[in-house]
Design a protein around this ligand. Structure first.
Ligand code: WTA
Length: 654
């Protein structure tokens, strides 16, 4: 492509990936979906399709209107009355499935609990009654700041039961992040724990709550689970131990009949720099969307043991650990800790122990396992697995192949699922019994999702790169940014009026498959070529020495921007000699000279958010030796220092 052809704004598509994986015959034969009609049916009657999905839930009163769309505000199943906790618990128990396991919970130190649907219903009802005793009423917001223990799911479901919206704040966030979110949400109570276990050591949570509550006038009560037994400060009249209040409550609590459009929860996502956005999700449409996608994307069957190895503190945990799986009556694994504790085979030990059949995790975890090498998985029996999923970032084709080969043992389909906190549910994904997959592609929109790729004028790009958009409303979509309609309209609906703009770049190939190319804010402009971060990172990861890579654009006198790359090598590779030059050449060969990084820096780690996303903004600061911007969402602050101290030696600047 010449300079003149590059005046337009689309993102150039450079990477070609030609490997194809058809669903294994046996898998397809017994899959919930193995014929493509579902797509045509949903496209022909979108409202009818979602109404049929919603009808699989139990409603106290039917809706009168499937969809009321006053762009950009949707109401789904208006007039319907429903309770999420009732749908996740009571109806399964009433159907005689109370003895089914809801959660196999495993604590990081190795303690375990098995919780059936009947147990969970009783625990949730007791907790709901306890919340009422603490003065929480329908409509009051409750903040939840907990480790990955069963009480976290119990607390969310108890809130849903009494109609009190929750806002879960990830347990790794600081007291300042917690107080910001509490204040934005006007939360009335906090549910927390003394602490949680992380890599073998107890870490404090209550201590952060105490600190946060210095500046949160709306909080009246703090309910505290004893998890680690560490010492905590106590404020009489405000703080209440869970074990003093909850177990003695009646195990019966009638569920509130909620309006379909009542708020179920707020979940804060950090914009790159600005104040976090309180993403607002409601009740009937949300549950419809997550139950339907969970059932069909993961091909859920009665005998599955499903494990989403994520944290409940982010949206994957809300939709695909708590609400989707429980709405479907599934049996899940819930694990408190990190993948490397006490050793890098902890996950594979859990898969073997509980005979996990479906594993859903993030590319960052897959690449971390890839860095360590396959030997940790190879010492465990993973033959129970039948399906693998990925979420959270674009998955590099080589990481996809590694996952499929060493974890899926070339037997399991891989579903790469694209979605967001804002979308609430999976939007672009294979259906594993039907879709021929391509490593690195999330393939095609879920039935009933009307996605497209636009150029900067808002014209569809048939094949090639551009801006991902969603053209029609979907049931689990966000209903707004809490308290800030103007920001909602500006952030998601102003770029292409009438269409939802998620902020991601994507390209469509000749088969109509979608390839996510990263956030459009991260797109680099090199000599007038708009290049996506994802493709260059995937090219780096396709070199056998590389486990993970991140690229950023930095100002360059000659080319406008130049590509600066950070590379994590596999554990057994030595980064000396000409490896930097070799990697630059490798990228040039795989996707073209324009994409060849100007610099390669070897680093032991990358700055990531707690949900595993690379913080390219900080990498830009590091690459340019600038002071760092806001680091509050950074998972591990020591990483930045580690990168900075490794930089001088390994940089390969021409
Ligand atoms: C990215 C996580 C490529 C994307 C559920 C999106 C992905 C953001 C994928 C949302 C995927 C998530 N392929 N990119 N399969 N899944 N993303 O809100 O940039 O934590 O906009 O929700 O993650 O992140 P969030």
């Amino acid at each position: 492509m010449t300079e003149t052809e590059n005046k337009h704004d689309e993102i150039e598509a450079l990477l070609a990936e030609n490997r194809l994986f058809a669903p294994p015959t046996e898998f397809a034969a017994s899959a919930r979906v193995n014929s493509p009609e579902i797509y045509a049916e949903a496209a022909a009657d979108l409202e009818g399709f979602w109404a049929k999905e919603a009808a699989q839930l139990d409603w106290f009163e039917p809706w009168h209107t499937v969809l009321d769309w006053q762009a950009p505000y949707a109401k789904w199943f208006d007039g319907g009355k429903i309770n999420v906790s009732y749908n996740c618990l009571d109806r399964h128990v009433a159907a005689g499935r109370g003895d089914r396991v809801a959660f196999y919970w495993e604590g990081e130190p190795g303690d375990t609990r098995i919780i059936t649907y009947k147990d969970l219903l009783e625990d949730v009802s007791r907790c709901a009654n306890a919340l009422k005793e603490l003065g929480i009423q329908r409509g009051d917001v409750v903040a939840i700041y907990m480790p990955m223990i069963p009480e976290l799911a119990v607390a969310m479901l108890a809130c849903a039961r009494i109609g009190a919206p929750h806002t879960v704040v990830f347990g790794g966030f600081s007291s300042a992040s917690l107080s910001d979110r509490i204040n934005d949400a006007h939360a009335k109570a906090v549910i927390t724990a003394d602490g949680g276990f992380r890599r073998g050591a107890p870490s404090g949570l209550k201590v952060n709550v105490d600190e946060a509550l210095q500046t949160t006038p709306t909080i009246e009560k703090v309910l505290v689970v004893k998890r680690t037994g560490q010492d905590v400060d106590w404020v009489e009249g405000r703080d209440v131990w869970w074990h003093d209040l909850v177990p003695s409550q009646p195990a019966d609590c009638p569920p509130e009949h909620m309006e379909s459009e009542d708020m179920l929860y707020l979940l804060y996502t950090s914009g790159t720099t600005a104040k976090p956005k309180g993403i607002l999700h409601t009740t009937g449409g949300y549950l419809t969307g997550v139950a339907s996608t969970h059932r069909l994307v993961f091909d859920i069957k009665d005998d599955d043991v499903y494990w989403a190895a994520a944290d409940i503190g982010w949206v994957t945990g809300h939709s695909y650990i708590v609400y989707g799986p429980l709405a479907n009556g599934s049996t899940s694994v819930l694990y408190e800790g990190t993948p490397d504790y006490p050793a890098w085979d902890r996950w594979w030990d859990i898969v073997e122990k509980y005979k996990v059949t479906i594993l859903y995790c993030a590319p960052t975890a897959i690449r971390a396992h890839m860095k360590q090498g396959p030997q940790f998985a190879q010492t465990h029996d993973l033959s129970s697995l039948r399906l693998l999923g990925s979420v959270g970032e674009p998955i590099n084709p080589e990481a996809w192949i590694w996952y499929q080969k060493y974890i899926g043992q070339e037997r399991c389909p891989v579903v790469d699922t694209w979605w967001q906190t804002e979308t609430g549910m999976i939007m672009i994904s294979p259906l594993p019994g039907l879709t021929v997959t391509k490593p690195g592609s999330a393939t095609t929109p879920f039935p009933g999702i009307d996605a497209d790729i636009f150029d900067h004028n808002g014209d569809p790009v048939e094949t090639g790169g551009g801006y991902l958009v969603i053209k029609k409303p979907w049931p689990a979509m966000l209903r707004g940014i809490y308290g800030d309609p103007e920001r909602y309209e500006r952030t998601y609906w102003a770029r292409f009026p009438g269409n939802y703009f998620p902020g991601d770049g994507a390209r469509r190939d000749v088969d109509g498959y979608y390839w996510l190319m990263g956030r459009v804010d991260d797109v680099m402009n090199v000599s007038g070529h708009r290049l996506s971060t994802t493709e260059i990172e995937s090219a780096l990861v396709s070199h056998p020495a590389v486990a993970e890579a991140a690229v950023v654009g930095i100002p360059d006198d000659l080319t406008g921007e130049a590509i600066f790359s950070f590379v994590i090598l596999k554990a057994d590779v030595d980064g000396n000699g000409d490896l930097g030059a070799e990697l630059r050449q490798h990228v040039g060969k795989v996707i073209g000279p324009i994409a060849r990084p100007k610099s390669v820096m070897f680093t032991p780690d990358l700055p990531k958010t707690r949900s595993g996303k690379i913080m390219r903004r900080l990498l830009r600061d590091i690459a340019q030796n600038r002071p760092l911007g806001d680091t509050t969402t950074l998972a591990d602050t020591s990483v930045v220092e580690a990168i900075r101290s490794s930089s001088a030696a390994a940089s390969d600047d021409e």
